[in-house]
Ligand binder design. Structure first.
Ligand code: F6R
Length: 247
């Protein structure tokens, strides 16, 4: 068993988890109005984004100097495809904020030269001075970003073959499983680890086992999230269902 320095916060429910995460983001933005924020897609951060939008509208927290980098994007989907993570981010967050378009960064899933695109993306993150605060979800198989089990901890932004279980888990966003891309571009594990601070959110019973292994299991490339035990500033915020296997 590997000793963890991660801070664990048990929230009563999804809304409380989202609110706590939003408070951490908002205080970071207040403290550093030109921070680079690392963002995720999927179901888990939707409540966080809702809270950030509400705060922007009520309290005027500004994103004019903020830059964002997202974890990943499906290969083969153009920006405008409704299932692209570009579209997800526009529809669930960016269109409600005052962030300049050219401050928003996601990998281009329809790039002609995908290897070059991975390098371009890694360079963008380095040139921005790395991520100040990164939010992560966790896959049922322990993936972070789209770094599936077995991905080297040393990986930088790269192309990944999505596991069948990940495609099935994400099929709910598409009309049919066949439409779910088989590959994605994802920040690598070493890219994620360069973030100065990380918040991992886990919600629902489906994440209970991965959450348990993250906190109590070994450091192993078979559970990509386990690398977070070696990061000095990680906060894991879990709701009751995701925490159900913890003591
Ligand atoms: C999303 C991402 C993934 C998700 C994970 C959990 O950008 O990189 O790691 O965070 O698959 O997805 P949800 O939140 O839909 O359960």
């Amino acid at each position: 068993m590997t000793q963890t320095t991660m801070r664990i916060i048990k929230a009563d429910n999804y809304d409380e988890m989202s609110q706590i995460a939003a408070e951490i983001f908002i205080s970071k933005i207040k403290q550093k109005p030109d921070a680079v924020l690392g963002l995720a897609t999927g179901s888990t951060p939707l409540g966080l984004y809702k809270n950030l939008i509400e705060d922007h509208q009520k309290n005027g927290t500004s994103y004019q100097q903020i830059h964002t980098v997202n974890l990943d994007e499906y290969i083969g989907l153009s920006k405008d495809n409704p299932n692209s993570y570009h579209s997800y981010m526009m529809n669930n967050l960016f269109k409600y904020l005052d962030i300049p378009q050219n401050h928003i960064h996601l990998p281009h899933g329809d790039a002609v030269d995908l290897l070059q695109e991975c390098e371009r993306y890694e360079t963008i993150i380095n040139d921005l001075g790395n991520v100040e605060l990164q939010v992560l979800g966790i896959g049922k198989n322990g993936h972070i970003g789209f770094n599936e089990p077995g991905t080297p901890f040393s990986s930088k932004t790269h192309i990944i073959e999505l596991k069948e279980s990940t495609r099935q888990a994400n099929a709910r966003f598409f009309n049919h499983l066949d439409e779910v891309p088989k590959q994605a571009i994802t920040m690598g594990i070493s890219t994620i680890m360069k973030s100065k601070e990380i918040i991992l959110l886990a919600s629902g019973e489906a994440k209970a086992e991965a959450t348990y292994k993250l906190i109590h299991g070994d450091l192993t490339e078979q559970l990509p999230a386990s690398i977070l035990k070696q990061h000095p500033a990680v906060t894991v915020i879990v709701d009751k269902e995701a925490a159900s296997m913890l003591d």
